[in-house]
Design a protein around this ligand. Structure first.
Ligand code: SF4
Length: 157
């Protein structure tokens, strides 16, 4: 991890997987493209290209836990410089990019996101529905009962 400079306002984190979307412009229109975490570079032991070329060293690459610890340390040391929130720490269960800011993140155009992971929520719902195969068994029972009722109501030949 690179040393912080006085003007640091952002921390970035690239783990093995990333859902981070980066924006770039092409022929005047805004494009969203998926960050690949510079897989080839990091596999070769290099830091991601954007971290390497950042002229003011506001981007950092490393283990998420290290970067979070560092982010919270910066907030504690400089409460006048940063809002007390690491964007991406809990948003949608934790994102691949982490941000520090001197102003509310909404002012930077970052959306207000739910704090839990949607994947965990849907998994919990599915496990609740299919717990002990109760729902599929109930459905089978209802279909069998419906079948019996409809067979009984048909006139015999
Ligand atoms: S330079 Fe690499 S790590 Fe940085 S945003 Fe682009 S793909 Fe992601």
């Amino acid at each position: 991890m690179t040393q912080a400079s006085a003007s640091d306002v952002a921390i970035a984190w690239w783990p093995a997987r990333s859902n981070a979307l980066r924006m770039s412009t092409s022929a005047g229109s805004l494009l969203g493209c998926k960050c690949t975490l510079c897989r080839e570079r990091t596999a070769a032991g290099k830091v991601p290209a954007c971290v390497e070329i950042c002229p003011v060293e506001t981007l950092f690459y490393g283990k998420r836990s290290d970067l979070l610890a560092y982010a919270h340390e910066l907030i504690c040391r400089h409460p006048e410089r940063y809002v007390d929130h690491v964007y991406g720490e809990h948003e949608v269960g934790g994102t691949s990019w982490l941000y520090l800011s001197d102003r509310p993140f909404t002012e930077l155009g970052l959306p207000t996101l739910p704090m839990g992971s949607p994947a965990v929520r849907s998994e919990t719902i599915q496990h609740g529905i299919f717990k002990g195969f109760a729902a599929p068994l109930l459905l089978c029972g209802m279909l069998a009962a419906l079948n019996k009722v409809t067979q009984r109501s048909q006139p015999s030949p």
